[in-house]
Design a protein around this ligand. Structure first.
Ligand code: F6P
Length: 321
């Protein structure tokens, strides 16, 4: 029997639990012994590594977050701790590791692989959808659905009260969640880090809309833009002349019942990752693009900032306002 382990690193996403469930079931089906590394790279260092069975994953497919915990590990950046991690894996005869995480986690694993020879496959998992080389990261669909439900609910109260709502989405430096939510929720304004803006460009149009009877505005702003959401709300109050509120969606975007799409993608990502490792693919990330699933090198995935679809960004033009 060969031993294979899985860990979650960085921000958790809905879809990690379905991935863990399929990991255990598929590994056993392939005559591999599955192991869980608890609390990310921290668990690798602290030897928090345990054999996993069907019982561990029963009933978790409906749950957001990750049953085995996650972490952002500063210690794993130091060689002395990576040596301990390698020893812990050696003691359990584990030489294949699946890492659910973002590009920072993959960079860490790349260094670890070069030092230790432990084979690994990364599964892009972040609600930010900011990993180069893959169109989709696990957790994004569930996060977008939570944002959609939140915006729909906020619209009800905004329209009842004649208010502007500034809704802040997560995404770190990437405006993907905000942009897609804007396009699919019909908001009046969307501000993302990838597109320069000047609120002045919207002033005349928004004032005219108010004169013509508009009762409310929905503005979706990404957390990485140059201004604080409160400043945007003040602009609505002072310049446009409408009472306004800020709603920072925050960590609710990361949790919740995983969508069907995330459950299915978890299944597919894990299948490819296990198959790749068994077939001796030593270090790669399993990516999903228009041409399907393909393994990409760590360099390709980590050395470039992901660019948003220019066609979608171009919808943010102020030419018509
Ligand atoms: O990377 C995922 C993410 O949720 C970002 O969108 C956000 O900026 C960050 O993590 C929040 O981190 P924390 O959970 O440490 O507050």
């Amino acid at each position: 029997m060969k031993n294979i382990a899985i860990l979650c690193s960085g921000g958790d996403v809905s879809g990690m639990n379905p991935a863990l469930k399929h990991f255990v079931e598929y590994s056993l089906q392939k005559d591999l012994t599955p192991y869980f590394v608890y609390d990310g790279f921290e668990g690798l260092i602290d030897n928090n590594i345990k054999e996993a069975s069907y019982c561990d994953v029963a009933g978790i497919i409906t749950r957001g977050g990750t049953k085995i915990g996650s972490s952002r590990s500063d210690r794993f950046m130091q060689e002395k701790y990576r040596k301990i991690a390698k020893q812990n894996l050696d003691n359990l005869n584990i030489n294949m590791l699946i890492v659910l995480g973002g590009d920072g986690s993959f960079r860490g694993m790349d260094v670890f692989y070069k030092e230790s020879g432990i084979k690994f496959c990364g599964i892009p998992s972040t609600i930010d959808n900011d990993i180069n080389g893959t169109d989709y990261c696990l957790g994004v669909d569930t996060a977008l659905n939570i944002i959609k439900t939140s915006i729909d609910a906020i619209r009800d109260t905004a329209s009842s009260f004649k208010r502007a709502f500034v809704i802040e989405t997560m995404g770190r430096d990437c405006g993907y969640l905000a942009l897609i939510s804007h396009l699919t929720s019909g908001s009046e304004l969307c501000l993302i880090p990838e597109k320069e803006y000047n609120l002045k460009d919207y002033e005349d149009d928004f004032k005219t809309q108010m004169k013509n009877g508009r009762r409310y505005f929905i503005a979706i702003v990404s957390e990485g833009i140059k201004q604080d959401s409160q400043e945007i709300a003040e602009w609505f109050e002072k310049t446009i002349g409408i009472e306004s509120r800020v709603s920072i969606l925050g960590h609710i975007q990361r949790g919740g019942n995983p969508s069907i799409y995330d459950r299915l993608m978890a299944y597919k990502f894990v299948t490819h990752a296990v198959d790749g490792l068994v077939k001796d693919r030593d270090e790669s990330v399993i990516c999903y693009t228009k041409s399907g699933f393909e393994f990409k090198s760590i360099i390709e995935v980590t050395n470039k900032t992901k660019e948003l679809d220019p066609e979608l960004i171009s919808s943010l033009t102020t030419d018509n306002v």
